[in-house]
Write a new protein. Structure first.
Length: 228
């Protein structure tokens, strides 16, 4: 009930990612997806058959699911069973997102908004040209096509300053995206353990920052929105 706002959903994870964000809490999916338990498409669709009328939808997350060649076919099969689809994406492959919506229909998107435009390559450790612009195009596409969108940013003080966050808030406003969620950094299992040596924001500090921006909320470590 957390991953697909307002819906009862299951989550399926896809391995591999073209980002290497230092705070990523799914490093096994990024570097060694073969180490994780594998569920075949047939098994997953059988799982869904038993939950028709019980679940509202399916969240496809990762890793970065848009890197999977069979994603469109997979989405079509899920939609054919009457389930809604929410795709979690880093926004690096906008053409894939656009195609899936045109061919199958996306009900919701979750977009990880990593950094202000000028720092996007640095924070994601990714050298894709015009990366921030690609992410922006996914957000604009969702707004223009009236797709429910959850834009969220994982925040660590060593990586994103208050000024960085302020710039990101301005960028989102310029795209027409009002709602934004700041997610608390999760130290449980990450790519770069050096982050643990640096101080990060407390819940109280994040709430204060979010309050100063407007249209911004804070999600705590358990995935639950926290309030003043």
């Amino acid at each position: 009930m957390i991953d697909f706002p307002g819906k009862l959903a299951c989550v399926v994870f896809a391995g591999n990612c073209n980002f290497k964000c230092s705070y990523c809490h799914n490093p096994a999916l990024v570097f060694d997806p073969e180490s994780q338990p594998e569920i075949s498409e047939k098994q997953f669709l059988s799982f869904l058959d038993k939950r028709i009328g019980r679940l509202d939808g399916v969240v496809i997350s990762g890793g970065e699911p848009s890197l999977r060649r069979g994603l469109l076919s997979f989405v079509k099969k899920i939609k054919a069973k009457g389930f809604m689809i929410k795709l979690d994406t880093n926004g690096s492959t906008p053409e894939k997102v656009f195609e899936i919506h045109r061919e199958a229909g996306l009900d919701a998107l979750g977009v990880d908004y990593k950094a202000p435009s000028i720092k996007y390559g640095e924070i994601t450790n990714c050298k894709i040209p015009q990366l921030a612009e690609k992410v922006h195009s996914v957000i604009r596409f969702a707004i223009e096509n009236k797709i429910s969108i959850d834009v969220r940013t994982t925040v660590h003080q060593h990586l994103l300053s208050v000024e960085d966050l302020k710039t990101m808030r301005q960028e989102l406003h310029s795209l027409g995206q009002r709602e934004w969620t700041l997610q608390q950094f999760n130290p449980a299992e990450i790519i770069d353990d050096d982050l643990l040596k640096h101080k990060t924001y407390t819940d109280h500090e994040l709430l204060s920052i979010a309050g100063s921006f407007g249209d911004t909320r804070v999600r705590g470590l358990k995935g639950i929105l926290i309030h003043r």
